[in-house]
Design a protein around this ligand. Structure first.
Ligand SMILES: CC(C)[C@H](C(=O)O)[C@@H](O)C(=O)O
Ligand code: SF4
Length: 783
């Protein structure tokens, strides 16, 4: 079906979406072209395996950029020799090695551990100019929303979708709703973009943006630097949104111009002319329009186990006695118990054990400058066991060292580390011990996020740094900076850009150590890769079936089985499958990890003990259906390991009032059926059956739910036609999309002319191959 965008006024999201429609299906689902695909080691192994099994290639290597970030230790790389000697955990090493092998096999541009350009995937994209305004950006990672700060449509995807994008450079999408969050007035002194986004999530809740793309607008947003805008869009996912966007402007163009992978010369001019059209038109309609007043915002931190548990620093720990809604009250009691907090304690009196300054939310140079300004001239409080600063990329690290920030931190007793995700998630050695309390600049405070039973409080870099100095939370507006010469939140863009450029080129010019050879890609080989020189490989697939279909994509018709009750809201994917189970390169074997922290604990000798969670008792151990009472099941991370674990357990369908967007998508890709029903219907008709270990029958062809005696309980549930069609027939999306080759090629031909400035992308990135002097001053083996 050909697609004609609406002629009337459009939002920023509408415009970027419309510009990427390759095809619109009869059923109303869209095939969107993807301009930029970032890849990391955690969510890609199974995707590359799928490609290999089906004999498929990466369609656009120039639109793809890979790095390692989650698993790598952040200790000094001065003596780095190889990942094998550097990474002690064998499962982490395996993911890193697997990506290294895959980028080699599929010829994908890659920043490895000896490359100064390596870093957290959401930091390196913008830093290199790979992320550009008006583009579609995806990554197998929920915080891909970060890139929306450039006015791009950027969202996280699951591993099946990673495979889909690698093979077809497109993605199947439904159109989201338009939400605007308009921030009136200017932010007050001492209030950062992190405070702003925590405040917003506190107001709209973690399910507030479900089904929407949020445009952040208003004076306060327009005045922010790109780095601060990225922190806001980064956390749009924490508000439940598909993506966050900010219209590109001169601040955006100044940030992008001159970056290594950004368009140059005439292409730059053409790009800016187009980017200037990317704004919401006068009169465009938003489905939801929310106003936030800047003057209401002061430095903000979280107290509980969800990012929506945000409060001004002047507040006290909330008291469940003041809450009347029974679900909210019990969630609050649970969160306070987990966090080890007593109601009504002033937040400023809560003492901490550790500080983490880093993550894709706040590990850019501006964040490090803000933190350094606070600690300069002070010492870390003795009661704080560890304060660590983890730059977001090797280039941020180099820049910070040029400015002497590393020395400022070290003199204050803070540890200065190498780039990576670090303690944001703790898939690497940086984790909190049980019950340790951390002042963290990351984006998620879920249970167990930074380590089993760890306690995370989210805040801005300046607030985290000040907590490290004082040993307890601090209102940064009351903090006495010792050295007023240190920039607090300003950024000298020019200096920074120049330094980043220098770092790349210096690094590329590194002399070889004596006797070392380089098997680097020949220069003309690089030049020879025209942006669109991608071979289109014939699909080995007939009628949409693929050998690489995720295991168990058998047709879904009717499911009849035990239903288990889950009386919770905001069940995040970290709870469904904790981080330690993400280090697999397979899709199966995750049954044990499902709801691990709810099902198991350790005794005093460190042995695993069952908590006899309902799913480990009969007959629930054979459950096929979960009946969830609260909203937002599967929020948070994009890990497809969540549906894989549910499936491994034997679950075929989950019924809940609402779902996290990425989880919802991922479920369908794996033959799991998520069903949205109003909470009152669940509570009245289905939950009592689940509580009494009864069975339910889910009839997908007729879109009904029945009891075990075939009485209809729910006459109709919604499911999009296309998804139903795939599920009922056990179809593989990639096969279906490959049959649309004609449309994809047509779009690419048009794109080559209209958006010529997007051609090239990462195509010219030279990997460091073979033995080469690393930017860290020693010889390193990259492959
Ligand atoms: C590992 C990855 C799937 C995950 C995400 O999607 O966000 C991670 O980055 C996280 O922050 O939990
Ligand atoms: S949220 Fe944390 S773990 Fe996820 S990509 Fe960002 S830094 Fe890495």
């Amino acid at each position: 079906m050909s697609y004609t965008p609406s002629k009337g006024p459009r939002t920023l999201y509408d415009k970027v979406f419309d510009a990427h429609v390759v095809h619109k299906d009869e059923s109303g689902s869209y095939l969107l072209y993807i301009d930029r695909h970032l890849v990391h080691e955690v969510t890609s192994p199974q995707a590359f395996e799928g490609l290999k099994d089906a004999g498929r290639k990466v369609r656009r290597r120039d639109c793809t950029l890979a790095t390692v970030d989650h698993n790598i230790p952040t200790w000094s790389r001065k003596n780095f020799k190889s990942p094998e000697t550097f990474i002690k955990e064998s499962d982490s090493l395996l993911q890193v090695q697997t990506l290294q092998q895959n980028v080699k096999d599929f010829d994908v541009p890659f920043f490895g551990m000896t490359d100064a350009r390596q870093g957290i995937v959401h930091i390196i994209g913008p830093e290199q100019g790979f992320t550009l305004p008006g583009t579609t950006v995806v990554c197998g990672d929920s915080h891909t929303s970060t890139h929306g700060a450039f006015g791009s449509l950027a969202f996280g995807i699951g591993t099946s979708e990673v495979e889909h994008v690698l093979a077809t450079q497109t993605i199947i999408q439904a159109k989201s709703k338009n939400m605007r969050i308009f921030v009136e007035g200017k932010l007050s002194p001492g209030v950062t973009s992190k405070d702003l986004i925590l405040h917003i999530i506190g107001v709209i809740g973690t399910a507030g943006g479900t089904g929407c793309v949020i445009e952040f607008a208003g004076e306060a947003v327009e005045e922010l630097s790109m780095e601060a805008r990225m922190s806001i869009c980064n956390m749009a996912i924490e508000a439940g949104a598909r993506a966050g966007m900010i219209k590109p402007d001169q601040i955006t163009f100044d940030y992008v111009e001159g970056r290594p992978l950004a368009p140059k010369g005439q292409e730059w001019e053409k790009a800016v002319a187009y980017w200037n059209t990317l704004h919401t038109d006068e009169g465009a309609q938003f489905d939801y329009d929310i106003k936030i007043k800047s003057k209401d915002i002061i430095p903000t931190i979280t107290w509980g186990t969800s990012p929506q548990d945000a409060l001004p620093i002047t507040a006290s720990v909330p008291d469940p006695a003041n809450v009347s809604d029974p679900i909210k009250k019990s969630m609050m009691e649970g969160a306070l118990k987990y966090m080890g907090l007593k109601p009504n304690k002033p937040l400023k009196e809560i003492s901490i054990d550790k500080v983490f300054i880093g993550s894709c939310t706040n590990a850019r140079i501006e964040d490090l400058r803000a933190a350094a300004a606070v600690v300069k001239g002070y010492k870390k409080a003795d009661s704080v066991k560890l304060a660590m600063v983890v730059p977001g990329s090797g280039l941020v690290k180099q820049q910070a060292e040029k400015e002497g920030l590393d020395r400022v931190f070290e003199e204050a007793g803070f540890e200065w580390r190498e780039a990576g995700c670090s303690m944001c998630l703790g898939m690497n050695p940086d984790i909190l011990d049980p019950e340790e309390r951390c002042a963290s600049t990351s984006n998620r405070n879920f249970e167990g996020r930074q380590g089993a039973r760890s306690r995370t409080h989210l805040m801005s870099p300046a607030m985290a740094a000040a907590a490290g100095i004082k040993g307890h939370f601090v209102d940064i507006r009351e903090f006495q900076y010792k050295d007023n010469d240190v920039p607090k939140v300003t950024i000298e863009q020019e200096t920074e850009d120049k330094a980043l450029q220098d770092a790349v080129y210096e690094h590329e010019k590194q002399p070889l150590p004596e006797g070392e050879t380089v098997q680097e890609q020949e220069d003309d080989e690089v030049k020879d890769i025209p942006a669109t020189n991608h071979k289109i490989h014939e699909s080995p697939i007939k009628n949409g079936k693929s050998s690489s279909a995720p295991a168990g994509m058998e047709p879904f018709l009717t499911v009849n089985g035990v239903a288990a009750p889950v009386d919770k809201a905001n069940v995040d994917t970290d709870a469904i499958i904790p981080k330690q189970f993400l280090k697999t390169i397979k899709r199966t074997g995750l049954k044990k990890g499902l709801f691990y922290e709810w099902r198991f604990t350790k005794d005093e000798n460190g042995n695993e003990v069952s908590l006899n969670y309902i799913l480990d008792t009969e007959p629930y151990a054979k459950s096929k259906i979960l009946v969830v009472t609260g909203d937002n099941f599967g929020c948070g991370s994009s890990r497809e390991h969540a549906p894989w674990a549910l499936k491994d357990f034997g679950i075929k369908s989950i019924i809940a009032p609402s779902f996290g967007d990425i989880f919802y998508n991922n479920s369908f890709k794996n033959g799991l059926l998520p069903i949205r029903l109003p909470q009152e219907v669940i509570l009245e008709k289905l939950y009592p059956i689940a509580q009494s270990a009864g069975s339910l029958v889910i009839d997908l062809p007729n879109q009904q739910i029945l009891d075990s005696n075939n009485n209809v309980l729910v006459k109709h549930f919604d499911v999009e036609d296309f998804r139903k069609h795939c599920l009922v027939n056990g179809l593989d999306d990639i096969g279906i999309t490959m049959q649309k080759e004609e449309f994809i090629s047509k779009y690419e031909a048009k794109r080559k002319i209209e958006f010529s400035f997007l051609e090239g992308g990462s195509g010219g990135v030279k990997p460091i191959v073979g033995s080469k002097k690393s930017p860290y001053g020693n010889t390193a083996q990259e492959w």
